[in-house]
Design a protein around this ligand. Sequence first.
Ligand SMILES: Nc1ncnc2c1ncn2[C@@H]1O[C@H](COP(=O)(O)OP(=O)(O)OP(=O)(O)O)[C@@H](O)[C@H]1O
Ligand SMILES: [Mg+2]
Length: 198
Amino acid sequence: MVYEEGFARSPPRPEVAIRALDPGKSFGAHTALDGFSLDVGAGTACGLLGPNGAGKTTAVRILTTLTRPDSGQAQVAGFDVVRDPRQVRYRIGLVGQNASLDKILSGRESLVMFGRLVRLSAAAARRRAEELLEQFDLAAAANQPVADYSGGMRRRLDLAASLILSPPVTHHRSRSQGSHRRVVLNQSHCSEVARPCC
Ligand SMILES: Nc1ncnc2c1ncn2[C@@H]1O[C@H](COP(=O)(O)OP(=O)(O)OP(=O)(O)O)[C@@H](O)[C@H]1O
Ligand SMILES: [Mg+2]
């Protein structure tokens, strides 16, 4: 089920879910990203590996529209990250290094809040929260405050929150879970390469 209530244009679902055509980024005289080109096919998981400072976070920030590239191009789910950032945002999930959770809320309240923030109706947000709590094995702890969750439970809840809209493209900082026709772009330091991507 895809939750795109009332704000997204009819989605192109290209076979190439992520296309980077050498988007470049510099900070003053310092080049943060250069020579980064790739195509990621729909329904695949892609690992972004490199040493500290290689530009992985910069690349993901460009692909998630948090940073504009100085040059080159990038498209996500068929939309250009500079020309059509809103359309890109409707189609991605992002899980950062640190969980973006409010510890005083329960797991259920957190997911409903994220659903409302992406403009689901109250009923749709509650319904989606229940689905995700089941899917991520958090139903039994749904009413507990996040403060009482273990580290792993918080990661699962954070991941669930990134999937509220069933986005076709998700970006994860570390080990993640894929699903049918969803693209997972996983960025890791080289030392983490032994971990499975999905
Ligand atoms: N806002 C910024 N201002 C100045 N320099 C920056 C900024 N963001 C990143 N950089 C520089 O750009 C380069 C790439 O940084 P980036 O964070 O993308 O690397 P990374 O591959 O994610 O590294 P790590 O594995 O340590 O997370 C680094 O040299 C970094 O110092
Ligand atoms: Mg980084």
